[in-house]
Design a protein around this ligand. Structure first.
Ligand code: PEP
Ligand code: MN
Length: 337
């Protein structure tokens, strides 16, 4: 449930409520809006304590939250969350495109891909240094050396960097180099990792799992937000269905669904969602048309020799022409790219 406070409630009034919430064994989540302060009372069956709060003069309204996820729900917060990193905003009017290779490989290769995606209009460089691979015999990533290459590419181009942390220990390490920490599809329900991401100061890109319902995915986001990090960007990247003609089935229904049920920004990964280079453009356009706040696209200048996911990677020149088309589309729907 959440408590909407009367306008002009003092800090002392807020503190008293927080104290009471904690005394009752719940967690308080204070969000100070432009006009009103709202306090989330978070915990199992919090609504049972409704009467206690009805007694406070500072409480104007008590609202139960019907969904199992609370802090990430639209019921709790009406306005869209806008994640700001430097001059890049995700979740507002701007459409943000993240692009780069699946894995960080050679330093000069990364630098050249980074400068071409930057030139085409990407704002964030992607690339995995720690790679979750189905086979233990596949390339596992360069580790910290890869993070250092990403940092160099960031310095050279001014792009922000998003890269994956696969375990708790990597969260701190990755956050020393990256602007956004990715939690991959395989780790969407690694609850200890989600809690650690909740303690990080860096925004989290939370991919949907391959067999995760939208509700379960939002519950995973709730782990991060309830542990203190409200800068979560969701990423639809395809789910596993009976269809095996494409690598995954990109569930674009999830975009309007997330927009209806949550205030968090949501982007789309058409590269993993299709697994087919030639389908990436169409699904990128579809994603923007249905309301996604951005895209994350794999780009490689020598996809035939890429160490991972070459089949779904666009050539830099194809990425650049796709960006031109996306710019036109963005204008039509009243967004900036
Ligand atoms: C990736 O981004 O390269 C990746 C491994 O993504 P996912 O976790 O969605 O499979
Ligand atoms: Mn990949």
């Amino acid at each position: 449930m959440f408590l909407t406070l009367k306008p002009g409630t003092t800090e002392q009034g807020i503190e008293e409520l927080v104290k009471k919430i904690e005394e009752l064994g719940f967690r308080a989540h204070v969000s100070r809006g432009a006009e009103r302060t709202v306090i989330g009372v978070i915990g199992e069956n919090a609504i049972a304590a409704r009467e206690v709060f009805e007694g406070f003069f500072t409480v104007e309204l008590i609202t139960p939250i019907s969904k199992p996820y609370k802090l990430v729900s639209r019921e709790f917060k009406k306005e869209d969350t806008i994640v700001k990193i430097g001059d890049v905003t995700i979740g507002g009017k701007d459409i943000v495109v993240m692009a780069g290779p699946c894995s960080v490989e050679k330093e000069d290769l990364l630098l050249s891909i980074a400068s071409s995606v930057k030139k085409a209009g990407a704002k964030v460089l992607r690339g995995g240094a720690f790679k979750p691979r189905t086979s233990p015999y596949s390339f596992q990533g360069l580790g910290e050396r890869g993070l250092k290459y990403l940092a160099k590419a960031k310095k050279a181009t001014g792009l922000l960097v998003v890269t994956e942390a696969m375990n708790i220990q990597q969260v701190e390490l990755v956050s020393r180099y990256a602007d956004i920490i990715q939690i991959g599809a395989r780790n969407v329900q690694n609850f200890e990792l989600l809690k650690e991401a909740g303690k990080s100061k860096k925004p989290i890109l939370l991919k949907r799992g391959i067999a995760t319902t939208i509700e379960e995915w939002l519950m995973s986001a709730e782990y991060i937000v309830s542990n203190g990090n409200s800068n979560v960007i969701l990423c639809e990247r395809g789910i596993r269905t009976f269809e095996n003609a494409t690598r995954f089935t990109l569930d674009l229904n999830a975009i309007p669904a997330i927009k209806a049920w949550s205030h968090l920004p949501v982007i789309v990964d058409p590269s993993h969602g299709t697994g087919v280079r030639n389908f990436v453009g169409s699904m990128s356009k579809a994603a923007i048309a249905c309301g996604a706040d951005g895209l994350i696209i794999e780009v490689h200048s020598d996809p035939e020799h890429a160490l991972s996911d070459g089949r779904q990677s666009l050539l830099p020149e194809n990425f650049a022409s796709l960006m031109q088309e996306l710019k036109k589309l963005a204008r039509v729907i009243g967004r900036n790219l």
